[in-house]
Ligand binder design. Sequence first.
Ligand code: SF4
Ligand code: SF4
Ligand code: FES
Length: 230
Amino acid sequence: MISLNLEILRRNSPEESPVWKSYAYQTEDENANIAAALTDLNQTLENPVRWECSCLQKKCGACAMIINHRPRLACDVPLKEFVRAGSVKLEPLRKFPVIADLIVDRSILFQNLKTMQLWFAEEAKTNGSQTAYEASRCLQCGCCLEICPNFYAGGEFAGMAAMTLTARLLTALPESQKKEIFKAYRKHIYEGCGKSLACRDVCPAGIEIDKLLVHSNAVAVWKRKYRHEK
Ligand code: SF4
Ligand code: SF4
Ligand code: FES
């Protein structure tokens, strides 16, 4: 039997001040996770906790939230981690505007991709390289942006969520179409990143961000500098 308190930072709308609410929760399921607890809890509440989920399989990134001060996926975090402490704190991601309870508006993620023009063109060719595979595992969950000291919504630095897609495009676009991506990479990623790699430690997909970053920096910045191709 698992028994603990779910401490949830709640608000009904973006305008409301957030308030911590505590809910006692018990389950017989020793393998239950935060997502299961929220689902159960909501069966009992008149004003259910708003949170997002889709796959419940750590594949979509929708359930990203702050769990005991760390950005994580609710469907990836077992409750038994918190049994000894007796409680777990759930908050919405802080780098994005809150819509209600644990739901945030992550549209800035997609806005940044549009600004950087990160999309596949007709001529793009997919390939089976390790870099392409690693980059394509990004969930666009935003956990890396949450932890990043250099990212803020509306700033020029687009963060690791955009770096992964840039790395993916760099493996797929023909050389003739990479020039604009190189420029965007330099401006929106390379120049803003402090390379502390705190983002790697929180990435719920376990993406080898350090290797992708080294690869992309080499392709988009250093090799070009060496060739005097700014
Ligand atoms: S790099 Fe990792 S933490 Fe960042 S958006 Fe992709 S999956 Fe999420
Ligand atoms: S390496 Fe550091 S500065 Fe760069 S995206 Fe990751 S957390 Fe942010
Ligand atoms: S619901 Fe899809 S990652 Fe958690």
